[in-house]
Design a protein. Sequence first.
Length: 279
Amino acid sequence: MPKHFIYVILALIAFAANSILSRYGLYLGSIDPASFTFIRLLAGAVTLILLCLLSLQKIDKPKKQHWLGGSFLILYAVTFSFAYISLDTATGALILFGTVQLLMICTSLIKGQRLRAVEWCGFTLACIGFLILTVPHITRPSWSGLILMIIAGLGWGLYTMNGKDSKQPLMDTALNFSIATVPAACLLLFITQLHITTSGVLVAIASGSLASGIGYAIWYAALPHLSTSQAAASQLLVPVIAGAGGVLLLSEALSVSLIIAACFVLGGVYLVISMKAKT
């Protein structure tokens, strides 16, 4: 089994764990979104810097791609945290990675990469699944949570594409997290009602150090070996993993509409990716 394939599997498990941890800490009120975001990014930055030092990797001065990466990361992290106040694990994950998929497909089209008939069929199916999920009277997601998670998906998609040419994934991710931590700290100054508990802090640290920091570094290590479409499609496995985790660990209900939406999105993405040649 190719090493990068193992990296992809580990990264997707980390992404799903992140959704479950965020849902647990934020929806259950263990910690407020701003504090969660700051602790998560700080824990990720500290963990990654320590790993760089332990592996004797030199940490260079931030370059343009790191400033961009940090900007995309903070955009994703803030909107992700505030969105999970009102979204369940699977719904949040499906909206997030559905948006990522649509962004990457649109990016391919803008670059002049033509889609075949089967790919257009898959793209349409994915859009139908996305609409099934987001129509309020079917799945009843909060509009604020929906909009924030779509923005988070755009941020994460841009963060992913920014890492396509990463040569030092551990150092690049460490710098991205370090840069993103600064605006996250500034955000705390504008929040009047901070709420922090011991369990909330522990969840944020676990999310930042393991699911985010190490998970994102593994993802950056895998990206150079994946095409844009492969990177997008593989991430749509996360809602399935996150949904199963939410049902098993958080006692969440698995609705029929969510299953139908997931089948449409995943089936559509499979059609798109199965026809795409690596770029």
